[in-house]
Design a protein around this ligand. Structure first.
Ligand code: SF4
Ligand code: SF4
Length: 444
């Protein structure tokens, strides 16, 4: 694609990077067929190619983003299905991340949109605030019917209350910064990103990860000062808070790499993993030593399923005789291109793994998307659940808390892959399995 930026514009590192991305697009349109918003809405401007043109015009003109550009870019899930499909290797993620930051800086959103985005950015990355917000949402649930169903703020509030779990799990005894020693002779030392939202919504995921790794001879460090990866604010175009979160993590993990050393930085929420693996790019224009530190952190970042495949996994329990529908989170399959490892591990653990149709399509979770775009998110959820139920599974396994929250309450229990792997090596049965698991041979 030909671009028309001036030399002055190209001195901006963001424009320079976007220019490179734009020039790789040959506008073939292959990506449109696998884009969830194009599949649902059928509008070229809600396809990757359409958005690429809108972003190109916005950046080249140097004018503030228009309502039209903001609407179509906001509808993008950042699922990155288009990147998997694109034969030309267009790095759509870097382009849309840059576009979101420009929109955030130049477009004045309606008051309710600005307010909601500010609340989400202020609450979600902080476990204490999020716990308090979810407790308040629980109290508000009985009044959901009183909210206006026709207005945008009303729809979003309804979506928020619907997504808030009916019961909030208590704080885990394993929660917090500390070193978890290997249970057998130490073979590796890793840092675990314990994150933000996941710690509140389902602390059992981090617990299972720590138990499984230490059981396999891995020392697990939850580094002091590390926390939210920055993805939630990054995807809202809020550059400064996203960079501040990333910097805190880079700082905390650099202390570990320069201290006792690390063999990996384990991420068990694939949405966060995609961002941590991109720190090197995010810090490309930062002064030394941040650029080099960020690159080192990105090189060490690894999804839990990748790490377990690398060090070897063996179940110690009888196969449970359960059929698992593997839901491949977009951030894992498209963002990190991790596709085979989780399924191979689940099969090794003794589960029968089935793959629902349209596995490339997003479930509608996408970070804060299900709160900001509830109508599209609800349609994608229904489509995903229908495909999953058609495989007649006992349960769903996925590697991302966002997907697990989105698919909860859909008639099939949903658990993190690592919880099943932990269970099959002596860990507790995942609570979400309830009656399904208690009737399985492994639980008897
Ligand atoms: S498939 Fe790739 S090259 Fe073709 S239009 Fe989409 S982004 Fe551009
Ligand atoms: S990231 Fe997903 S929603 Fe956005 S343009 Fe690409 S395929 Fe479509």
């Amino acid at each position: 694609m030909q671009t028309n930026f001036t030399a002055e514009q190209l001195r901006d590192p963001g424009i320079a990077a976007s220019n490179q991305v734009l020039r790789t697009c040959v506008h073939c349109g292959f990506c449109t067929a696998t884009c969830p918003t194009f599949v649902l809405l059928g509008d070229e401007l809600d396809s990757p190619r359409g958005r690429i043109y809108l972003i190109k015009d916005m950046l080249e003109s140097g004018r503030p983003a228009t309502e039209d550009v903001a609407r179509h870019v906001d509808r993008c899930l950042s699922c990155l299905s288009c990147m998997t499909t694109c034969p030309s290797g267009v790095h759509y993620m870097h382009l849309v991340d840059h576009a979101r930051a420009v929109i955030e800086k130049t477009y004045v959103r309606p008051w309710h949109d600005r307010f909601l985005r500010s609340v989400l950015a202020a609450v979600l990355p902080h476990p204490g605030r999020m716990r308090a917000a979810l407790a308040a949402a629980r109290l508000g649930r009985p009044f959901v019917g009183l909210l206006p169903a026709g207005s945008v703020p009303g729809k979003r509030l309804r979506a928020m209350l619907a997504l808030a779990p009916a019961r909030l799990p208590g704080r885990s005894t394993l929660d917090g910064a500390r070193v978890h020693k290997a249970e057998v002779t130490r073979r590796a030392r890793v840092a675990l990103l314990d994150g933000c939202a996941q710690r509140v919504l389902d602390p059992a995921i981090n617990d299972a990860t720590i138990r499984l790794l230490t059981r396999l001879g891995v020392e697990v460090v939850v580094a002091r000062g590390a926390g939210c990866c920055g993805a939630l604010t990054h995807h809202m175009g809020r550059h400064d808070p996203a960079m501040a979160s990333a910097r805190a993590n880079i700082d905390a993990w650099t202390r570990e790499t320069e201290g006792e050393g690390l063999d990996g930085i384990i991420v068990n929420t694939s949405g966060c993993g995609t961002t941590v693996k991109d720190y090197g790019f995010m810090f490309r224009s930062e002064p030394s030593p941040w650029r080099e530190r960020a690159e080192r952190v990105s090189a060490l970042a690894v999804d839990i399923s990748e790490f377990l495949s690398r060090i070897g996994y063996q179940p110690t329990r009888e196969p449970p005789g359960l059929t698992v529908a593997y839901h491949s989170a977009c951030s894992l399959q498209h963002g990190q291109r991790v596709t085979t490892e989780p399924k191979a591990l689940l099969r090794k653990a003794g589960f029968r793994v089935v793959e629902p149709a349209e596995g490339h399509l997003c479930c509608g979770s996408a970070g804060t998307y299900n709160l900001l775009q509830p109508e599209i998110a609800t349609r994608l959820r229904a489509r995903k659940l229908e495909n999953i139920r058609a495989t007649k599974p006992d349960l769903i396994a996925a590697g991302n808390i966002g997907c697990l929250t989105q698919l909860a309450g859909g008639g099939v229990p949903a658990v993190h892959t690592v919880q099943l792997l932990d269970w099959m090596t002596g860990g507790p049965e995942p609570a979400a399995l309830g009656a399904v698991a208690t009737s399985s041979p492994a639980a008897r």
